[in-house]
Design a protein around this ligand. Sequence first.
Ligand SMILES: [Mn+2]
Length: 335
Amino acid sequence: MSLNTAHIKQPIHLVTKLLTHTRNIVITTHVNPDGDAIGSACAMLLALRHQRKNVTVINVSQTPKNLRFLPGAQDIQQYESAKHDDVIKKADMILCLDFNTPKRINEMEHIIRASEATKVMIDHHTQPEDFYSAAIHDVDATSTGELIYKLLATSYPEAINSGVAANLYAAMMTDSGNFRFPRVSSETHTIIADLLQRGADPVSIYEQIFNTSSMPRMLMLGEALASMTLHHNGKLCVMTLTHDMFQRTGCSEDDTEGFVHNTLSIEGVVCGLLIVEKPDEVKCSFRSKGNIPANLMAGAFGGGGHVNAAGARIKGASLEELRAKAIKAAGAHLH
Ligand SMILES: [Mn+2]
């Protein structure tokens, strides 16, 4: 199998070279980690352990329940300054996975910025901040997991055992909307074929990630669907999750992962907006089809992301006020 690595060939060789001279490695990923974040972190953990490296995964957030079955996930530690600052200081390398600015790691931001370790970023989000020593970065990749696959397949193919394959499969599946988002290509499926051959089990991975909803999540989904409204001649669909709805259903915000995709499933809708009311802020998530720039819509509120998926968090705004502004901001790109 030949992989399209032309544009990331140099970075892959550089990262491999840096890894050769590295022993103590800290891996971290973004706040509220998703399947790509946890799958990528665990895949690198297992593969680098296979290379006899001393590896610690330290995240700011807990691992979501439905991802804890992934091989290696039980070894992820949740950041505590007193316990981990020393480990981070002693690391030769910090691997930053699935984020491109230390602002995405909240309380860990300052210690990572201050660290003198070699910082390696592997990521597929737009507009990276220049905080790293080396990076494998490709905004056309389905996922960070795909970039890690290319790194491992190029430099450590023997390290891709069934555990690593399961993690990379989970990362690529979740970040590509189960292989249906625009960046999915024949190469995506070629990689997936190799991961299956190496032991990833698609039935069990899907089952454990997606068919494990709680009753509060299902009740919340019902309220979320009922909240949907159409705007701008049916091109924009807005879903709103209020504080009251969370109280009534007992659902947590983590448990609403993926709800926003429902906005795009209505005929004629090309842009979706999810508004979430939180105790101290309001969150807007934009989703879009084709070239409609969700990132520019979120950018109007100081946020960012990809062309088809982006978000922003706004403090001190009322839900109603922000909802009206976000609908207007989306409208500017929906002619
Ligand atoms: Mn990702």
